[in-house]
Design a protein around this ligand. Sequence first.
Ligand code: ADP
Length: 372
Amino acid sequence: VTKKIGILGGGQLGRMFLQAAYNYPFVYHVMDKAKAPCSQLCEHFYEGDFQDYHAIMDFAMPLDIIGIEIEHVNTDALQALEDNGKTVIPSPKALAIIKDKGLQKQFYSQHAIKTPEYYLVADKGEIDIQRFGFPFVQKQRTGGYDGKGVQIIRDTSDLHRLWNIASVIERFTPIAKEIAVLVALDQQGHMRTYPSVEMVFDADLNLLDYLFSPADISVAQAQCADRLARQVAKSFACPGLFAVELFIDQQGELWVNEVAPRVHNSGHHTIEAAYTSQFEQMVRILSGLSLGKTGLHHAAAMINLLGAEHQGVAVVKGIDELSMLDKTYLHWYGKTTTSPGRKMGHVTLLGERQMLAQKIATIKSAVHVVSF
Ligand code: ADP
């Protein structure tokens, strides 16, 4: 009988998963809020709250295999599904650790994985300002994403901004580069990694500008990143995709920042640039097939299309200019409404890094997600 695969979360990651998954002979069910990006594509779309134990159980009990496209799901329900003989990827135990940044950091300590020094606090009264001096980093333990829930405290004048919540307090790393390595682990225990990705920041705006892969780092650094990423994924000892985010500090040393146990924004270029996209890889992993080849057949860049300073019904301006660029691929996520900074789509560009700078500039000036 045909395998029934269920995904918790129906955002853009789930949507790009479906686009790859429909090339494989399985049946797909997705659960999220009404009108989530998957709802337009998925024939078995269920409206429901993936934080709700009973909603997950009702959704997933008739299915065979359960995956996620977001960490903030009810892991008790996933554990109950696993106890009922369902295949759950990543394992509920790994997910429960990863979705709490405090447990995740402790996990790194237990497994001797190199990560910036830290301690945990229950509230802001427990923060010891002397311990790391300024600047230091405060991260809320749960619920954060895309840098929301992370703040850098630069000096005493920032102290009033401290959140009074359970957090990780981290030593500030002077970062030279931020990179990511995506690791794929199949149900048979085989592991493959994708070439490293570099997040290029806009020096003026201090915002993520674009991603580039392979990263412009030394061979030794690339090997070290690959080794650290494998160490992280292996330590969780379960199948899945693991996007490991790393820092290269100003001395050239590598540190593990965090991991996402799922397809990830830093792997979107693999749709056009790799032999097997991260989304196809996820289908293979969930369904128990072998891993596809992770190499890149082209160097690539990826730019997120973020909502501009508008709120309302989304419109893409500049799509004509975009369509005139060659080796340039638009991915629109099908979200009806835009808001400032919301991820509305992305563009992948193939080619060598130097060649891409001009195209990236063109896209940034011509393409905007706005509202009427
Ligand atoms: P999120 O899960 O929201 O993406 P991250 O842990 O990746 O949060 O942190 C967001 C950003 O904050 C990182 O990309 C990095 O630029 C900065 N940052 C996080 N931890 C540190 C640190 N220890 N030192 C310096 N900068 C940091």
